[in-house]
Design a protein around this ligand. Structure first.
Ligand code: ADP
Ligand code: MG
Length: 360
């Protein structure tokens, strides 16, 4: 599998809905996934990510809506005829089979000749860097190796679509970060249209070509990691992605006011009423320049200084009571240069980092 033999397919989802009794798991989902892209479904637990993935795989029949691979409607096509590889959170490996037998499973179901099965299994194990481990028992593998077997099993029949449901969530942080890079490498190698599920915002930002934020069974926003992080479409999304605090904004004659002052916004910004001001730690600085024409400034009390190795996080309570984080530079492990706890401080927010988020 060093080359793609089948063309990657786009996925087009329209008006997809699914209820379980009174609970709405999917609510009129519209989503276009481009051919060959790595798209992540990101959302909190219970938002409908797995349900949507199961609908794409064919393990769950939606109540209404359309699902197309390329031009072909798939709603009535059974899972084994959809040409979709799937990796589950739990790996779902067969414990009584060795590695090669696990990987060969889908090929044997498809009645592929034995010599061809051996060749493809070897190739898939090579792709996930498990060369020579075919005879191993599943019990003799580490968590990371099991995850690779699950992956090899999903790609061995050269599917045109690859679905992964929180595949790394059972791994510890270091291995997870290593596998994130591995999965990206594999995606670039194979070029398969990939739909990846996670509730981890950093993982989504790291891995994805695009992210679809899922909230209460709906697609809340679709965009590049940068779009989602820097221009969140709602307060929920801004809150879910990154550390954010919010200040109320008042509109007077189309001008945005915050904390009794006219807000300086990026050139050309046309904020929508109602909105809130998003404050992120990396956008705020301690400042003495209260009259800098490029800065919005806020006054507060320094409550806490948290040493984080590469930086400091300052916790400041603004006038009005909203608590914000401020990312400060590393100070050689000492706190020299920082004001004492309890001091009144001025925070500067550059015009270009001043983001208003729709609040509705
Ligand atoms: P996520 O994967 O984002 O955590 P799910 O897709 O698993 O969310 O679930 C979405 C919603 O649908 C949840 O409220 C969940 O309780 C409900 N749900 C999912 N599967 C079933 C089921 N088989 N029966 C009843 N309710 C379900
Ligand atoms: Mg899930």
């Amino acid at each position: 599998m060093t080359e793609t033999t089948q063309e990657a397919l786009p996925i087009s989802i329209t008006g997809l809905s699914k209820r379980y009794g009174a609970a709405v798991a999917l609510d009129q989902v519209d989503l276009d996934i481009r051919s060959g892209e790595f798209l992540t479904l990101l959302g909190p637990s219970g938002s409908g990510k797995t349900t949507l993935l199961m609908a794409i795989a064919g393990f769950m029949r939606p109540d209404s809506g359309s699902l197309k691979f390329g031009d072909a409607e798939m709603i009535c096509v059974p899972p084994h005829k959809r040409d979709v590889g799937m990796v589950f959170q739990s790996y779902a490996l067969f414990p009584h089979m060795n590695v090669a037998q696990n990987v060969a499973f889908a090929l044997n179901l498809r009645k592929v000749p034995a010599a061809e099965v051996r060749r493809r299994v070897e190739q898939a194990l090579h792709t996930v860097q498990l060369d020579g481990l075919g005879e191993r028992g599943i019990e003799q593998l580490s968590g990371g190796q099991r995850q690779r077997v699950a992956l090899a099993r999903a790609i061995v029949f050269e599917p045109r679509i690859l679905l992964m449901d929180e595949p790394l969530s059972a791994l510890d942080k270091k291995l997870r970060e290593h596998m994130q890079v591995e999965l990206r490498r594999l995606h670039e190698l194979l070029g398969i249209t990939t739909v990846y599920v996670t509730h981890d915002q950093r993982e989504a930002l790291t891995m994805s070509d695009r992210i679809a934020v899922i909230h209460q069974g709906r697609v809340a926003q679709v965009g590049t990691p940068q779009d989602i992080y820097e221009r969140p479409a709602s307060r929920f999304i801004a809150d879910f992605i990154g550390e954010s605090s919010f200040l109320p904004v008042r509109f007077v004659d189309g001008h945005a006011w915050c904390a009794e002052r006219l807000l300086k916004l990026p050139a050309g910004a046309r904020p929508r009423d109602p909105a809130v001001l998003m404050l992120r730690p990396e956008h705020l600085r301690l400042t003495d320049a209260a009259d800098d024409p490029e800065l919005n400034t806020f006054t507060g009390t320094l409550d806490k200084i948290i040493y984080q190795g590469d930086s400091h996080l300052l916790l400041v309570t603004l006038q009005g009571g909203v608590a914000v984080g401020v990312r400060g530079p590393r100070q050689d492990g000492r706190q020299g240069g920082l004001p004492p706890l309890g001091a009144t401080v001025t925070l500067g927010l550059h015009r270009d980092g001043t983001v208003l988020v729709p609040d509705d």
